[in-house]
Design a protein around this ligand. Structure first.
Ligand code: PGA
Length: 248
């Protein structure tokens, strides 16, 4: 019922030249994918990535968007700029943004509503830290993050948001949540969406797992009933590895 979606999050990697090499190698490897395939690239790579992916099944996304339409916001990139560059998706609220660049549930909500207003498809990241998991606070943390992010978002729009559940302790550490842990927490997120909205929205929304997902654990994670995809960091930087995840 829900089409799986595998997205690469390149983070601050790949110049335009690197982008050309990686996408050229990737295209033939993922052309028969049964899932939606997305690469979320640095702002400066978007235009070239869109050109290269034209006529292929690879969709291009950005890694953040400003909450304002335009104006005196040095260093920010607007939704109109992303749309014109050809981006379709945008990662929002990644834990690295929250940790290093002061993103809060409030700024994530403002960016989310701005993305939706402009027709960008958000990939909304939520997840707990190791201390929060060990302190049995995971569910409470996720409740606050979800209620904050979806404030003033209508059910119809919420159903098109992709949620990425990324336990912070699993990102870039090689430490993946077990498929049982990931499934349990993602099922919890889905039940929270049902509480915030309704069952129909909860059944429609796609929820990815992210955090050291790679060719060796992708198929087991993807076999879980509530896991609809992955947000892939490190393993998205090598065409062969990313293709193996996409072709789980
Ligand atoms: P990772 O990153 O796959 O390198 O752990 C995932 C992410 O941060 O989106």
């Amino acid at each position: 019922m829900r089409k799986p979606i595998i997205a690469g999050n390149w983070k601050m990697n790949n110049t335009v030249k690197d982008t050309e090499a990686l996408l050229t190698e990737l295209q033939p490897l993922v052309k028969d994918a049964k899932c939606d395939v997305v690469v979320c690239v640095p702002f400066t790579d978007i235009v070239r990535a869109v050109e290269l992916c034209k006529g292929t099944n690879i969709h291009v996304g950005a890694q953040n968007v400003a909450w304002a339409d335009k104006g005196a916001f040095t260093g920010e990139i607007s939704a109109a700029m992303l749309v014109e560059a050809g981006a379709e998706y945008v990662v929002l609220g990644h834990s690295e943004r929250r940790q290093y660049f002061g993103e809060t549930d409030e700024t994530v909500n403002k960016r989310l509503t701005q993305a939706i207003r402009n027709g960008l498809k958000p990939i909304l990241c939520v997840g707990e830290t190791l201390a929060e998991r060990e302190g049995n606070k995971t569910e409470g943390v996720l409740q606050v993050q979800l209620a904050g992010a979806f404030k003033d978002v209508e059910a119809k729009q919420a159903a098109d948001v992709v949620i990425a559940y990324e336990p912070v302790w699993a990102i870039g550490t090689g430490k993946t949540a077990t498929s049982a842990q990931a499934e349990e927490t993602i099922a919890f997120i889905r039940s929270e969406i049902a509480k915030l909205y309704d069952r129909q929205t909860a059944d429609a929304i796609r929820i990815q797992y992210g955090g050291s997902m790679n060719p060796s654990n992708a198929s087991e994670l993807m076999a879980q009933p509530d896991i609809d995809g992955g947000l892939i960091g490190g393993a998205s930087l090598k065409a062969a590895d990313f293709a193996k995840v996409v072709n789980f």
